[in-house]
Unconditional design. Structure first.
Length: 218
């Protein structure tokens, strides 16, 4: 089991509101160290403006990946029972050899430094949904950071699936195949980011035209 180490902050909201309006400090729930995780959400944000203190603003295609952490359960809403805590990371969608996204992909698949460029660029990301791994979590108050991603071998993966069944439904969103229902099910902050992308208006228009064509058939 190998790991790829990252040196950037991956924030989980330190204060999530419960159903009663109170706030839960996530740093008090998710402990530091290695834990099992299941990748369940891949959201294509398309082109986003990236602002940096060191560089001029730039336009980059971004993707938002989320894992659930089944070892850390919490009742966020009184009427919804316990749910696993989650951790997310927004990546620049690039399979270039030294990109963070490429590092994540290689780590999930256990192919650190062995994955060829063509294999990385052609990989179907949908295959990552439901994939188990281990994450090394560290605290950097007020945030929780992913320090490393470790792949699981076949035996470990089967054991993890049996011990920790996936709770959150798998979700993938891509403007190339715009799904209105999936889009509307996303958290508001993700919908807002996607709507700011220049590709969104075209995708929405195509969806409207598609719906109109289907109505005409009847």
């Amino acid at each position: 089991m190998k790991g790829v180490f990252y040196f950037f902050i991956i924030p989980i909201m330190k204060a999530n509101k419960n159903g009663n309006g109170s706030k839960t400090d996530m740093t008090q729930i998710v402990k530091e160290g290695k834990c099992y995780a299941t990748l369940y959400s891949i959201i294509d944000l398309w082109t986003q403006t990236i602002n940096s203190k060191k560089y001029w603003p730039s336009e980059k295609r971004r993707v938002f990946i989320t894992w659930e952490l089944p070892e850390f359960m919490h009742e966020f809403k009184e009427w919804d029972g316990e749910k696993p805590c989650v951790v997310s990371q927004e990546y620049t969608f690039s399979t270039y050899g030294t990109s963070h996204f490429r590092g994540m992909l290689e780590s999930m698949l256990g192919k650190q430094s062995t994955m060829k460029d063509e294999e990385a660029s052609d990989y179907d990301l949908e295959n990552l949904l439901g994939m188990r791994c281990k994450l090394k979590i560290i605290h950097n108050s007020p945030y929780i950071n992913i320090w490393a991603i470790y792949d699981l071998d076949e035996k470990e993966s089967k054991e993890a699936k049996k011990k920790f069944p996936q709770v959150n439904p798998s979700v993938i969103f891509d403007l190339d195949e715009f799904d209105k229902d999936v889009f509307e099910s996303l958290p508001e902050f993700l919908r807002t980011k996607i709507m700011k992308s220049p590709e969104y208006s075209d995708a929405e228009l195509k969806q409207i035209e598609k719906e109109e064509e289907e109505e005409l058939k009847f």
